[in-house]
Design a binder for this molecule. Structure first.
Ligand code: ZN
Length: 242
């Protein structure tokens, strides 16, 4: 079983198309999207439609939740709020219905999929620290826990008797007595200083986790943000990846 897992597209269809091309080449058995399909970027409708046609599993992100009208986004900063209001104005009722149907949590085989911490998915908790990671691992039982939300990719492994360890390689061999927390990073708005779209490929048969980056046309994505009158900072941050 080969899983391709991506997250946080944020209305960036240029980045999403690049990842989808890679999916065509890699031919995974299951494609999972960990949410925040919309918000910030200039092409939310296209992203909702593409994710709907290509992902086998999609879980809800905090921006999706507000875009679908399920939440009010009162915890969003000013820029995020401007972007989500614009997003809501350009999405049709059909798009909102698709988004509103995303699950908060999904399981498949040895994997569990959530946007933020799977312990309380609609609380949208970020997993930044080792303590956060431990809590997420202890609160679940699946061998592989896949999350997004922070826009920063990374893998932490856990062994009952030895505790947590940060995995620093981009190709990680799955050890039989360890569990893995994988933050797949962000397709459409990475924040780790690398502008390339981020995703993870998990090959359960070969026992490998492959953390992948793939460059896309950042300039076109920035243009789309500017031509829709969204805040300039949303365009400039794509190149800075902050
Ligand atoms: Zn996000």
């Amino acid at each position: 079983m080969k899983y391709l897992v991506f997250s946080d597209i944020h209305g960036n269809v240029e980045a999403l198309r690049t990842v989808l091309d890679e999916i065509d080449a890699l031919r995974p058995d299951l494609v999972a999207c960990l949410g925040d399909v919309v918000g910030y970027g200039g092409s939310p409708a296209e992203c909702v439609e593409l994710v709907d046609s290509r992902a086998d599993i999609t879980v809800c992100g905090n921006h999706d939740y507000v875009a679908a009208g399920l939440g009010d986004g009162d915890d969003f900063n000013a820029t995020a709020r401007i972007a989500i209001e614009w997003t809501r104005s350009v999405l049709t009722a059909d798009h909102k219905e698709l988004i509103g149907a995303y699950d908060s949590l999904r399981r498949h085989g040895d994997c569990i999929f959530a946007h933020g911490s799977p312990v309380d998915p609609l609380a949208w908790e970020y997993i930044f620290t080792m303590k956060d990671a431990r809590r997420a691992l202890l609160g679940t039982s699946e061998r592989i826990v896949c999350v997004g939300h922070t826009h920063i990719p990374g893998v932490i492994s856990w062994r009952e008797d030895a505790g947590a360890r940060i995995e620093r390689s981009s190709i990680i061999e799955i050890e039989p007595d360890r569990r893995y927390l994988i933050n797949v990073g962000s397709v459409g708005q990475p924040r780790d200083g690398i502008s390339a779209a981020s995703f993870a490929l998990i090959d359960a048969r070969k026992g490998l986790i492959n953390m992948r980056r793939i460059p896309y046309d950042v300039g076109s994505a920035q243009e789309r943000i500017r031509e829709n009158g969204l805040p300039e900072s949303l365009a400039s941050r794509l190149a800075l990846a902050r």
